[in-house]
Design a protein around this ligand. Structure first.
Ligand code: ARG
Length: 456
């Protein structure tokens, strides 16, 4: 079988060498983008009278046929034709004859492949942003149901202060909001067209790059043809934004996992998002959350992979860059899947209010309230901290909590403590009274939810 670039060659490579160099196994995922790019390119060639109207029509007809076949999954790709670009060009000439060979006028696979990648990511980033938005809505809805559900808040995974459970959920809303912003902002750099850069130096044909950009819906073209064919920053940026997104999802996943344990029992995951054990009949495992936590690894790996591929490559295109694809496809697939699963998991999970109530009433997470109470009455906070610590210690020794401690025992440590301290110590009061901006007080959480609604 002769290669489309075979003219200069005396000898053909052995098939296993071809196989090693081929990208068709994975870049066939770019089939639609490659056809789209070719349609725009040939249309531009026609408009510039570089190709005759007749040739352009033939080529467009052939491309349309290939597109229909691609949609029906009827294209048969071959490793001998190396990649998606050469496969499609070969199919086109088989279909319409040698005129198909005119499609590549004024173009190189170098600007072609970069164009495909830009087109591909442009579409996928829109999907990612939409899915983040859907997930945020679900978090918001859950949060709205639990503004007055009090839960223990943690630092060091030790009970710290009581919080509104909605406040905890909303923390993830804001992380996702930043992710959404990062993906949206990155669009500015994905939305630049490399087509027309040729192999790397531009072309002698009187092409119109702005016309191609307009046809393909790009706002800009690369200003430098060498940069155009060697830039993969936009992919690195996508992988980096995805990594941070996965960091957030994996932190949330970890909490879901902890909350579903018998030790915590703060939530129960829906059966649809859990699995059983093949040996232990009592088990209900949070597999999906664990898997998302685990998949974070491959997304980080894809980022490190591409950074390493690009490091030290000289300008301009190098075959190394073929290695940009699998990690990108894998990341797109992984984050879209993770977002979808996570949304369903949160939408269907049951929050165990009773258990949360119990938890928050059987700890010392209201100790700060006592210290604040004393400080409000004029005692220096440091001293108030000390007095409270002593009272906590007394309680621990007696096996009771602060709310159970009689006033006379309190007074033994400080005269400033009065009957009204018990109101302040109630977890509900502890939450309600934290109405500093962005705090967990119910009114602040409601305000936060209102602000959040404007963003989705
Ligand atoms: N399959 C190649 C890639 O994905 C396409 C570009 C090939 N260009 C070249 N000059 N060999 O990077």
């Amino acid at each position: 079988m002769t290669k489309l670039w075979g003219g200069r060659f005396q000898k053909s490579a052995e098939s296993w060498v071809d196989e090693f160099g081929a990208s068709i196994g994975f870049d066939q995922q770019l089939v639609m983008e490659d056809i789209e790019g070719s349609v725009a390119h040939v249309t531009m060639l026609g408009a510039q009278e570089i190709l005759s109207t007749e040739d352009v029509e033939k080529i467009l007809g052939g491309l349309a046929e290939l597109k229909t076949k691609a949609e029906a999954g009827e294209l048969e790709f071959s490793v001998a034709n190396e990649d998606i670009h050469l496969n499609l060009e070969k199919m086109l000439t088989d279909l319409i004859g040698p005129v198909g060979g005119k499609l590549h006028t004024g173009r190189s696979r170098n600007d072609q492949v970069a164009t495909d990648m830009h087109l591909f990511l442009k579409k996928r980033v829109v999907e990612v942003v939409n899915l983040i938005n859907v997930f945020q809505k679900t978090i918001l809805e859950k949060a709205e149901q639990h503004v007055e559900t009090i839960a223990p808040g943690y630092t060091h995974l030790q009970r710290a202060q009581p919080i509104s459970f909605a406040h905890h959920l909303m923390a993830y809303f804001w992380m996702l909001q930043r992710d959404k912003e990062r993906f949206s902002e990155s669009m500015k750099r994905i939305d630049i067209l490399p087509l027309g850069a040729g192999a790397m130096a531009g072309t002698t044909f009187p092409i119109d790059r702005l016309k191609s950009a307009e046809l393909l819906g790009f706002s800009k073209v690369y200003e430098n043809s060498m940069d155009a064919v060697s830039d993969r920053d936009f992919i690195v940026e996508f992988l980096s934004n995805s990594s941070l997104l996965m960091t957030h999802l994996s932190r949330f996943a970890e909490e879901i996992i902890i909350w579903s344990t018998d030790e915590f029992k703060f939530i129960e995951l829906d059966d649809a998002f859990s699995t059983g054990s093949s040996i232990m009949p009592q088990k209900k495992n949070p597999d999906m959350a664990e898997l998302i936590r685990g998949k974070t690894g491959r997304v980080y790996g894809n980022l490190m992979g591409l950074l390493t591929v690009l490091k030290g490559t000289p300008l301009t295109y190098n075959k190394d860059m073929q290695e940009d694809k699998e990690g990108m496809f894998d990341t797109v697939h992984t984050i879209l899947g993770s977002l979808k699963i996570f949304e369903g998991m949160v939408r269907t999970m049951k929050v165990n209010e009773e258990r949360l109530h119990q938890a928050v009433h059987s700890d010392f997470s209201n100790a700060t309230e006592l210290a604040d109470y004393l400080a409000t009455k004029g005692m220096p906070f440091r001293e108030a901290h000390e007095v409270t610590g002593k009272l906590v210690f007394t309680c621990i020794q007696r096996g009771i909590y602060l709310l159970d401690l009689p006033l006379e025992d309190m007074k033994a440590e400080s005269d400033l403590l009065e009957e009204d301290v018990y109101d302040v110590l109630r977890p509900e009061a502890a939450v309600r009274r934290r109405h500093s901006l962005g705090g967990t007080g119910f009114d602040q959480v409601r305000l936060q939810i209102e602000k959040a609604k404007q963003l989705i």
